[in-house]
Write a protein that binds this ligand. Structure first.
Ligand code: NAG
Length: 342
């Protein structure tokens, strides 16, 4: 069962009608009757709620007057529209999202995109479970997309891949130790485009090289390089990047707050410290994290290498997430059964 769930979870099934990144997963307890089936709604990104004219419900054979109500599917800001993500929150038995911090953020006016009041009133059934990655397909030791495979105990291949990347992108290879900063993101306002732009300039000033892999809904800034599996930094890709030996520079927000811990933060146990973080989304914040990363890199290659090795060995598999999900599902089914007996 655990393996099956892991597989389901890592499949990351997307329902396109919700605009991306939303998973609707019903959990049917095999030992019980179908009547104890519960619904768990997992949402990756509350930015995309897919609201639509309420009248469209009728074309699906649904009762508009029953569903287009403030306590059901009605969009919180447009009363002639229904919001499927809100409906899912209201009607599901459990609602989950990608990390504990993100679950907190979307319950605030700033982060909730109009859904914070709904998420707040259902906070009892709303849980953040930190995502994992499929560590079998994302493994630098077996990854065929890499020119040279490598692992934490033999980083020579990583150096060679860095050189190949530079050559392919016509970046200077004169200094093999020159730091290379990578960024993979969608270039939308939510992801802090101004900070990325700033970081590019700051990186060059600090003597580094910067590689950006991005896509944008705005055509003229559509920069979609086909790099594949080079260096990854941002949200969900963070775990992949670390498994491949990147050191993250990240703002303490959402899932990043739950997985990146600052190398210089004495309050964090040493073995958890894995990157460079900043709190406020402004240029000073980004500068300070970038500069500390560069200093650390230049001060001691040995200590940097230890950091790289430690990051590559972190367990980012779905095991821990899957067992938290199973726990949630089983508790929910148990509640359903006991309320039926009562
Ligand atoms: C980051 O996580 C910590 C504990 O894990 C939490 O106390 C803190 O509020 C989070 N930070 C943000 C910005 O949400």
């Amino acid at each position: 069962m655990q393996a099956f769930l892991s597989a389901l979870l890592s499949l990351n099934i997307q329902l396109s009608s919700f605009g991306g990144g939303t998973t609707l997963l019903g959990y049917i307890c095999t030992q019980g009757s179908i009547n104890s089936a519960r619904i768990c709604f997992t949402c990756h990104n509350f930015e995309y709620q897919g609201s639509a004219p309420a009248s469209e419900l009728a074309s699906c054979g649904l009762d508009v007057s029953q569903l287009n109500r403030p306590d059901r599917m009605q969009d919180n800001s447009a009363h002639d529209r229904v919001n499927p993500v809100k409906g899912a929150v209201v009607f599901s038995n459990i609602v989950t999202t990608i990390s504990p911090t993100y679950a907190q953020e979307v319950q605030t006016a700033e982060g909730g995109r109009g859904l914070h009041t709904t998420l707040n009133s259902y906070s009892k059934k709303f849980v953040g479970v930190l995502n994992g990655i499929d560590t079998n397909s994302w493994d630098p030791l077996t990854d065929d997309f890499l020119k040279v495979q490598y692992n934490a105990d033999d980083l020579q291949g990583k150096m060679e891949n860095k050189e190949t990347l530079r050559k392919n992108l016509k970046l200077s290879s004169a200094d093999s130790t020159q730091p290379l900063v990578g960024c993979i993101t969608r270039l939308v306002a939510q992801k802090g485009v101004h900070l990325i732009r700033h970081s590019i300039y700051r990186t060059l000033e600090l003597g580094g090289q910067f590689v950006l892999l991005g896509s944008s809904p705005v055509e003229h800034i559509q920069v979609s390089f086909l790099l594949s599996q080079g260096i990854y930094i941002h949200t969900f890709y963070l775990m992949i990047s670390m498994r491949y030996g990147a050191v993250p520079i990240a703002r303490k927000t959402g899932g990043l707050n739950d997985s990146v811990f600052d190398v210089d933060d004495d309050a964090i146990p040493l073995h958890f410290r894995n990157g460079f973080t900043f709190v406020t989304a402004d240029e000073q914040g980004a500068n300070s994290a970038l500069e500390r990363a560069f200093n650390h890199y230049r001060k001691s290659s040995e200590s940097w290498q230890q950091l790289v090795q430690r990051n590559m060995k972190i367990d980012f598999s779905w095991d821990s997430s899957a067992s938290q999900y199973i726990d949630l599902y089983e508790k929910s089914v148990a509640r359903a059964k006991s309320s039926k007996r009562a």
